[in-house]
Design a protein around this ligand. Structure first.
Ligand code: S3P
Length: 432
């Protein structure tokens, strides 16, 4: 396991960068390109390990997918072109690949075996397997059919109306994709709207789909048509540098061409709520996904209570928001975020353990955490626990710390942001 010694004390950040392509959109572009008839070209694809797991899965089903750096070309015969692979499909660390792919496989008349790494093998799959079983798929797996490795025998699905118990775009998307392979209308009604990239992109691929508030209706027996997808920069990756510039001294950075889909911009709302100086300039809209530039200046953040419907809009940003809260004036409370327990790690546990080790005053609760602000952090030996977002949170924390911080198991950052340290160095060098 590799490690890094981080010594970025008290440096300022400045300049402009573009972060890599959005992870959620990159996954979907490959999946829908594989389901569509004809050619699909994806530009600014995220070459992170999770999205490469998605490419590998569809290649193993016989879909022609070629990648040259950040451009992916897919040529598919549509649903008919997806074959039954001989080997089990390796999902790596990727929850999105697991849940969305299961929805697709549920509709295909074949048998598939799926497995993932140690972290993914602990994450709940019943949330997607149960509705797919209700539609008629035969799914089994470890722990009474709840955990990977799992097997899927698909085909012969019936449509359902589904009211998800968990607020999860992965589950919503998996059911909608299975709905494409039924004879009728599949409806998903969410209590709180989760990220809607599936809905936007299915439309771009020509699908017949209606969105009315939190209700999505998809019709079965459809043919998707290949298209061109430009992936916006990932706001969840940008979030690390937005917070870094807010808490490092004398900083000002701009992140260009970031995805500004309103189901993802909770981090902008939280930064504003916490008094961070931030401005957003929307520039274009591609395939229903707004894209623009975000500028942040060093600020004096203040504490906030973060709860309710905003949580799904910041679910991946909570580790870095927790770090920001350690520097804010007052006590920050994060509630209604029990979903954090089912991410790459239990992120309530891993954030609290890590920030406590670095000297923060932070207490876990069943559905979130309470963070005292105005703490000065100390150095030490830390580990990512194999969770990319914990690794990046530690690297940003080290900007505030006078001593050295050792980060063990840093390579997991490649899951979503392989060029993270290059971009950090770029912003620090421009700051000199
Ligand atoms: C994702 C949805 C979120 C998010 C994950 C990517 C997606 O998970 O945490 O990183 O691409 O749909 P849930 O929808 O399960 O909360």
């Amino acid at each position: 396991m590799s490690h890094k010694v981080l010594a970025f004390q008290n440096q300022k950040l400045s300049g402009k960068i573009r972060v890599p392509g959005d992870k959620s959109i990159s996954h979907r572009a490959v999946m829908f390109g594989a389901l569509a008839e004809g050619k699909t070209t994806i530009t600014n694809f995220l070459v992170g390990e999770d999205c490469l797991s998605t490419i590998g899965a569809f290649q193993s089903m016989g879909v022609a997918i070629q990648r040259e750096q950040h451009t992916v070309r897919i040529e598919s015969a549509g649903f008919e072109g997806l074959k039954e692979p001989v080997e089990p499909i390796n999902l790596g660390n990727s929850g999105t690949t697991a849940r969305l792919l299961m929805g697709i496989l549920a509709g295909l008349p074949h048998h598939y075996t799926l497995y993932g790494d140690a972290s993914l093998s602990k994450r709940p799959m019943d949330r997607i397997a149960d509705p797919l079983r209700e539609m008629g798929a035969k799914i089994d797996g470890r722990n009474n059919g709840r955990l990977l490795p799992m097997s899927v025998r698909g085909g012969g699905l019936s449509p359902i109306t589904f009211y998800p118990a968990v607020k999860s775009a992965q589950v919503k998307s998996g059911v909608l994709l299975a709905g494409l392979l039924t004879d009728g209308e599949t409806i998903v009604v969410e209590e709180t709207k989760t990220r809607d990239h599936t809905e936007n992109m299915l439309k771009a691929f020509g699908a017949d789909l209606t969105v009315e508030g939190n209700k999505v209706t998809v019709r079965g027996n459809q043919t998707l048509r290949g298209c061109e997808i430009e992936v916006p920069g990932d706001i969840s990756s940008a979030a690390f540098f937005l917070v870094a510039a807010a808490i490092a001294p004398d900083s000002e950075i701009t992140i260009e061409n970031v995805g500004l889909n309103p189901t993802r911009t909770g981090i902008i709302d939280v930064l504003e709520l916490m008094g961070v100086s931030i401005s957003v300039k929307e520039k274009k809209n591609i395939g229903g996904e707004p894209i623009g530039d975000i500028t942040v200046h060093s600020s004096e953040p203040k504490a906030a209570v973060i709860e309710g419907d905003i949580i799904p809009r910041i679910i991946d940003e909570i580790p870095i928001i927790a770090l920001l809260a350690t520097q804010a004036k007052g006590q920050t409370v994060i509630k209604d975020a029990e979903e954090l327990r089912f991410k790459e790690t239990d992120r309530i546990d891993s954030v609290v353990k890590t920030l406590t080790k670095l000297g923060a005053s932070i207490t876990p609760t069943t559905d979130g955490m309470v963070i005292e602000g105005g703490t000065s952090l100390n150095g030490g030996v830390t580990e990512s626990f194999g969770d990319h977002r914990i690794g990046m949170m530690i690297a940003i924390a080290s900007l505030l710390i006078d001593d050295k911080v050792e980060l063990h198991d840093d390579e997991c950052i490649n899951i979503s942001y392989p060029t993270f340290f290059e971009d950090l160095h770029k912003l620090l060098n421009e700051g000199q």
